[in-house]
Design a protein around this ligand. Structure first.
Ligand SMILES: [Zn+2]
Length: 104
């Protein structure tokens, strides 16, 4: 069992690697970020929005929490298909860019 912090939707100020599919999150793309605590373990997860959704869905099917390792299948990137998930392109998400200041 573990706990996770509230998820933030952030704008990638630099390139990250998705914790779920292990593919790159490009600079300027929107990504999800949260911290988790599991026993003595703590870590930060960064994911593509579609990967985060897949993780949440899998977690729900497993009763809210499950163990997984990076390298899972990346779902279809719906943001690319719509061409609107880059941070500057979504009017409602522009304010989140300032939250990236705390990441290392
Ligand atoms: Zn991913």
């Amino acid at each position: 069992m573990g706990t996770m912090t509230e998820t933030q939707t952030l704008c990638a100020a630099k390139q990250h690697r998705c914790t779920w599919c292990w593919q790159l999150i490009a600079k300027g793309e929107t990504y999800m970020r949260y911290r988790f605590f599991n026993g003595g373990d703590a870590g930060t997860c960064k994911m593509h929005p579609e990967c985060y959704e897949a993780m949440e869905q899998a977690a729900q099917e497993e009763g809210g929490w499950f163990e997984w390792a990076p390298g899972m299948e990346r779902p279809a990137p719906y943001d690319k298909a719509q061409g609107g998930a880059a941070c500057g392109a979504s009017p409602g998400a522009t304010g989140s860019a300032s939250l990236t200041g705390g990441t290392k």
